[in-house]
Design a protein around this ligand. Structure first.
Ligand SMILES: [Mn+2]
Length: 178
């Protein structure tokens, strides 16, 4: 089994990211940060972390999007604002990210931007938004902020969401066939 840590939209809350890293760094096979840190790209919290630029990031050293393959899983990662991810009524618009992910031959799409956590299968790919640790929005904003851990085995993907105290939120867990 492989495990991946996914965090987004800390908006300057460097302390929570450090705290999450402390919990997970030694236990995961990859760490993804999906944008809007408001930190420099070379901040030492991003050592060994796959990052992308958010609409609130001004460091041009962040990339717009990236494809990464770890343990046989190809991820397409982007913040979302460059792919029209915002949906005013629903969870997110996935069409543009889906097209880009197909071009990258990705099975999993990681994004942020909307600050609404969730995981769904769409056009044959698993889309994961860890939510914002710091400025949560949507129907689960009362949780006070979330991040996600993806577990992958030979047959399935399991997405578990956590709150800022690193407590799993089992009601939000998403399990899909691989
Ligand atoms: Mn944001």
């Amino acid at each position: 089994m492989s495990q991946f840590l996914i965090v987004s939209d800390i908006h300057g809350d460097r302390a929570i990211f450090l705290d999450i890293l402390k919990q997970w760094q030694s236990r995961v096979d990859g760490i993804f940060y999906d944008g809007d840190s408001e930190l420099p790209a070379d901040d030492k919290v991003f050592e060994g972390v796959s990052t992308v630029i958010g609409n609130m990031d001004d460091d041009p050293d962040f990339v717009d999007a990236r494809a990464t393959t770890i343990d046989g899983v190809t991820f397409f990662q982007t913040h979302g604002h460059l792919y029209d991810a915002t949906s005013l009524l629903g969870w997110a618009n996935l069409q543009q990210m889906s097209r880009a992910a197909d071009e990258a031959n990705a099975q999993v799409v990681l994004f942020g931007h909307t600050h609404k956590e969730g995981a769904v299968t769409y056009q044959g790919k698993l889309f994961i938004n860890p939510g914002s640790t710091t400025i949560p929005k949507g129907s689960h904003a009362n949780l006070g902020g979330t991040y996600a851990v993806l577990s992958v085995n030979e047959t399935k993907f399991t997405v578990t969401f956590y709150n800022r105290r690193h407590e799993a939120l089992p009601d939000l867990t998403v399990i899909v066939a691989r």
